[in-house]
Ligand binder design. Sequence first.
Ligand SMILES: *[C@@H]1O[C@H](CO)[C@@H](O)[C@H](O)[C@H]1NC(C)=O
Ligand SMILES: *[C@@H]1O[C@H](CO)[C@@H](O)[C@H](O)[C@H]1NC(C)=O
Ligand SMILES: *[C@@H]1O[C@H](CO)[C@@H](O)[C@H](O)[C@H]1NC(C)=O
Ligand SMILES: *[C@@H]1O[C@H](CO)[C@@H](O)[C@H](O)[C@H]1NC(C)=O
Ligand SMILES: [Zn+2]
Length: 349
Amino acid sequence: MFRIFSGLVFVSVVITCFISLILEQYNTGEHLRRSLHSPNERKKRAYSLGNAPPYPGADDDNLLWFVQISDIHISRFYDKSRISDLEKFCTETIDAINPAIVLVTGDLTDAKTENKMGSLQYEVEWQAYNNILKRSRVLEKTKWIDIRGNHDTFNIFSLDSVSNYYRKYSVHQKEGSFHYIHQTHFGNYSFICVDATLKPGLKQPYNFFGILNKTQMQELSDLATKSFSSNLSVWFGHYTTSTIVSPSPGIREVMSSAVAYLCGHLHTFRGLMPVLHSRHSQGTLELELGDWMDNRRYRILAFDHDLFSFADLNFEEWPAVLITNPKSALYSNPVVEPLGKIQNSTHIR
Ligand SMILES: *[C@@H]1O[C@H](CO)[C@@H](O)[C@H](O)[C@H]1NC(C)=O
Ligand SMILES: *[C@@H]1O[C@H](CO)[C@@H](O)[C@H](O)[C@H]1NC(C)=O
Ligand SMILES: *[C@@H]1O[C@H](CO)[C@@H](O)[C@H](O)[C@H]1NC(C)=O
Ligand SMILES: *[C@@H]1O[C@H](CO)[C@@H](O)[C@H](O)[C@H]1NC(C)=O
Ligand SMILES: [Zn+2]
């Protein structure tokens, strides 16, 4: 009896340690306040205060907005409304919001067997995803960027495998990290994808963590350097940085010039962590987005005069409101945003 009991205690201690490791950084407020008030941070802030015109005013110029969704998990066995709701999202919601870009941060399909214990790539799930894109004609309305999550790589032992349906049915179709530069007449904006999925893709549950090797880190570092000439950079990927294993100096350091890193993967941690927002010690915000699968979450993000803002919303809850000026102080990044423009702005936007 005692042995069983101490065994249980041991298992729960291990599980608790594991969860706190993954969630280690998600204690938003305190950490942020500390970092904003450290002398180092104040110094950097003084250097980077942008106070040159134009300022946020009455017209809608110098404003770029985009959308993120994550962890759709289209399944041949469960909850068919994931599919019909996504089609509605691609028509009604996207038409109403009219974003320049939509980032889909992985786990497009569920790829689990009916008893949820095994994993397998099902072509019908990928066809369902592809049909939504076709029927809604969403690709004609916006730039759609869909990347792979761990579920999209289950049981793919080689990228050339016929069951690598991502190559056939997604929009982006290519594996690996990449850099997309969105050009506007008021500036250039960098979107850098971190692909940490495993090659070969293992069965579930063996790919909960992503891995980046030295070569891949160097590639990302080169992309970061190229993005320095953009007004702002956003990085995005499927895994949270706490679930990516990477060689020194680590993935957070490599993305430190980004205003934010957007990801998914943890869903809402079974409802335990409905909001997973944090800040790296380098200043970059890490914004995990809850899943489409069970919670129908999506996010609107904006650069307004190079001030970054976002709102996490639920599908079909209207009105969808994002205040871009004055932006939230809690989510300010004085190193890369011209926060001085808020003082000279004339309108709440
Ligand atoms: C954006 O990038 C293009 C191509 O590199 C460059 O010609 C243009 O001047 C840039 N625009 C701004 C506003 O920096
Ligand atoms: C790193 O990973 C990439 C992509 O999987 C692979 O092509 C490359 O050979 C790996 N490099 C090293 C040094 O392991
Ligand atoms: C983007 O950067 C360019 C070059 O530094 C600058 O002229 C432009 O005003 C910036 N755009 C915005 C919206 O601040
Ligand atoms: C911007 O605000 C500063 C003080 O906050 C002021 O000195 C400056 O004249 C303002 N510039 C413009 C163009 O309004
Ligand atoms: Zn997922």
